[in-house]
Design a protein around this ligand. Structure first.
Ligand code: BGC
Length: 755
């Protein structure tokens, strides 16, 4: 709450001077605020200019000038209060994840933060469960990613949160990674651009966006400090690149360092990562906050660039006492402490949080959010197989529809851990059937009465085919959602499928933030889902598999089913979204942001026997994701960038030009030469002329919505950095001329070649 004694600092842009104006006035007393209130414009400028951080570039602008003026007014105790958040799930206001107490006398509001990967993570406030982040990546739709960030942020603000911890972007090096669903796939450009959009969307709502987990935090095994060992070139070209793109394009308010070590140093006290790269090379102007409990020292962390500790106790490092001791022993400097505080103030001012603080008790438009959740699911589903036009289904020709498995009669699966939304009553992740934090297996979302309740998959299918008999068969025990199917249940499903016109089998692969990754990409929870699919496919040639998952999935039954739809964790409106796709009310638009391998053994990280090292060495270097399959000549089940449509697209007339400043301009034509409208995602890959580079890297894409017969020109511009390699000797990007140009419908379906 703003106190009666409130100070407003205004900046007269035209005169180019800072003025400090007393706001509501009132009790001045002897507080520093009262002295401050009497500061003249000139004194404030002088205070700002003489502050230790004054040498920072003037280009930081007015928000920074104002932050420095404000900094000069803070007492030391107040500064220490602004760099440390207490965390007690039950005590943090509003059921959030962390809280920084404000300084009311100076108009600095309290700051509440909360997880927001797929929606608000408050344990007290109802929130919409949107589709998982990997689904957003699968849309390849930049605008959708912006809106996704904005939609979630809107809810956060109405709930009183001004910081959203939702910008996860560790790359899918390890396809079995427990948090893969929270991230944006395996390609740094796709992930980076989608993250930049999401960040801008979040910040458009006056919510500070946190991007995370910086960096090399690609698995859950060894989560408490495993040492990721990554050479500099691989780091720069792959794992840091999405962060770099987001920092440079979207200017996030905060970057969260992770739990892991990177090359022998905890990321939250890693000089090279935080100071050298993030703050110096990239000129990041926001604040670096630790993951919850990821701070391991006081002076080391502060000197390496950490600006704020998020504490989970009992061992804490950025407390007033410890930081004061570090100052007294000269282990840290006052100017560094001031810089930490200035960054926080600057971020709050720049993003509008200072002057227009988030207030709890607002009204969330759940209907509108629900419609957006459904739209997002519809844009992101990927059609993986569609034999002989099995899909879309023609409702009029179907009398009996079997829907089997996956709790399609009751709920939709979501990822577990802090990337989920939470049940406001129990504090558990939404609809976990009683599981509490941290959930090892992920959770089901079951309809919650006060949210907009959607029809289930079964009900939604019934709505699409009102004259058909729609029957569900499978496990109906919601208290035991992941138990293996009994032989009786499989027999019942087979009996139903054999007398149905079509059999829709829903399979699930739970995953979540926890302390384990998946042991295999095989459907494992329930353990015998492959047997279920195979048994159904044996009796019904029109078997359609719908996947709810966040990781790639192995499909030993792929040749025996007629269609496969990848729905990801589709959020609370997954039921209607899936039915709309199956019946052609919407068309498939998504493309895979990760490779789906044929076998676990084909993945770059399987090693001898699939054992995880808690201290992973990234020996495959640049050959990660599709780059691995291409360079090893391994045919995946479904490649990166792949996705079918209900129509067909033709590519022609490639032209490639280079500007004097090394931009590559690539243009070509795409025509919908099929019978129905559809979305195409033409992709541009480059073969960089360097022996250590993989055969192809994504360099751009577009998304076209074309009517039958319609044709459009696509023009993509590739910056010189995206045609460069990281030159370790010179610590800089090095442009490599003569890239090969590939244009196609996926990383392997190349239709045009040039360059
Ligand atoms: C996760 C973060 C999350 C934080 C707060 C940590 O366990 O790694 O991603 O933001 O908790 O809930």
């Amino acid at each position: 709450m703003r106190s009666r004694y409130s100070l407003w600092i205004g900046i007269l842009t035209t005169a180019g001077v800072v003025s400090v104006v007393s706001g509501c006035g009132g009790d001045s007393g002897s507080s520093p605020g009262s002295a401050a209130a009497q500061l003249s414009a000139k004194t404030a400028v002088a205070a700002a200019a003489s502050s230790p951080a004054a040498n920072l570039s003037a280009s930081l602008g007015l928000a920074n000038l104002r932050a420095k003026a404000l900094l000069a007014l803070l007492t030391q105790d107040e500064k220490l209060q602004l760099i440390h958040s207490e965390y007690q799930m039950s005590q943090v206001p509003l059921g959030g994840g962390g809280y920084i107490q404000g300084v009311p006398r100076l108009g600095i509001p309290d700051l509440n933060m909360v997880d927001s990967s797929t929606g608000g993570g408050s344990t007290m406030e109802p929130s919409t469960t949107f589709p998982a982040t990997i689904a957003v990546a699968a849309s390849w739709n930049r605008r959708l990613s912006y809106d996704y960030g904005a939609q979630i942020a809107k809810q956060l603000r109405e709930q009183g949160f001004a910081m959203g911890l939702g910008g996860g972007t560790n790359l899918t090096r390890e396809p079995r990674g427990g948090r893969t669903f929270e991230y944006l796939g395996e390609d740094p450009l796709l992930a980076g651009e989608m993250l930049a959009q999401r960040t801008s969307g979040t910040q458009s709502q006056k919510v500070i966006a946190t991007i995370k987990h910086f960096a090399g935090n690609e698995q859950e095994t060894g989560r408490g400090g495993g040492n990721s060992q990554i050479d500099e070139r691989t780091l720069r070209e792959l794992y840091l690149r999405p962060f770099e793109i987001a920092v440079k394009e979207a200017n996030p308010g905060s970057v969260m360092c992770g739990y892991n070590m990177l090359n022998g140093f905890y990321t939250c006290e890693n000089q090279h990562l935080l100071n050298d790269i993030l703050k110096n090379d990239w000129q990041f102007q926001g604040q670096i906050q630790s993951d919850w409990g990821a701070t391991h020292s006081t002076a080391n962390a502060i000197n390496a660039g950490l600006d704020e500790e998020e504490d989970v106790g009992p061992t804490v490092f950025l407390t007033p006492t410890l930081v004061t001791q570090a100052l007294q022993s000269h282990a840290i400097t006052q100017s560094r402490l001031d810089d930490m505080v200035r960054r926080k103030l600057y971020t709050m001012i720049r993003l509008g949080v200072m002057d227009d603080p988030a207030k709890p008790g607002g009204t969330v438009d759940f209907d509108q959010a629900n419609a957006f959740a459904q739209r997002t699911a519809e844009h992101s589903m990927v059609l993986l197989k569609n034999n002989q036009g099995q899909l879309p289904l023609a409702a009029a020709s179907l009398k009996n529809i079997a829907v089997i498995g996956g709790h399609a009669d009751a709920g939709i699966l979501a990822g577990g851990g802090s990337g989920n939304t939470r049940d406001p009553v129990t504090g558990a992740f939404a609809g976990c059937g009683g599981l509490t934090f941290p959930s090892g297996t992920g959770c089901h979302w079951w309809p919650v009465p006060w949210l907009k309740v959607n029809p289930t998959i079964v009900q939604s299918i019934q709505q699409m085919a009102p004259n058909a008999t729609v029957t569900y068969s499978g496990n109906t025990d919601q208290n035991n959602p992941f138990v293996a199917y009994t032989q009786q249940q499989i027999d019942a499903a087979v009996a139903l499928a054999s007398k149905s016109d079509v059999a829709i089998v829903v399979v699930v692969q739970p995953a979540g933030e926890d302390f384990a990754d998946l042991g295999s990409l095989s459907l494992s929870n329930p353990s015998n889902q492959n047997e279920l699919v195979q048994a159904v496919a044996n009796v019904n040639p029109h078997t359609i598999v719908v996947l709810e998952n966040g990781n790639p999935v192995l499909m030993p039954w792929i040749d025996n089913v007629s269609a496969v739809v990848e729905a990801w964790f589709p959020g609370q409106a997954g039921g209607p979204a899936i039915a709309n796709l199956l019946f052609g009310k919407t068309y498939p638009e998504g493309r895979l942001p990760v490779t789906f391998p044929v076998r676990d053994q084909d993945t770059p990280t399987w090693g001898q026997n699939g054992t995880f090292s808690p201290n992973p060495v990234y020996t495959e270097k640049l050959k990660m994701g599709y780059r691995w399959y291409d360079s090893q000549n391994i045919k995946p089940l479904f490649e990166f960038g792949y996705g079918l449509s209900y129509t067909h697209f033709k590519y022609s007339r490639l032209s490639v030009h280079t500007t004097p400043w090394h931009d590559l301009i690539v243009s070509f034509r795409v025509k919908n030469d099929g019978q129905v409208a559809g979305v195409d995602v033409p992709q541009l890959y480059l073969g960089i002329n360097d022996p250590n580079e993989p055969p192809k890297r994504l360099a751009g894409w577009d998304r076209l919505n074309l009517q039958p017969g319609e044709e459009q020109t696509v023009r993509l511009v590739v910056s010189s950095q995206d045609q460069s390699i990281w030159d370790v000797a010179n610590n800089a990007w090095k442009f490599v001329p003569g890239s090969k140009v590939y244009v196609g419908a996926s990383s392997r379906d190349i239709r045009l070649t040039g360059g």
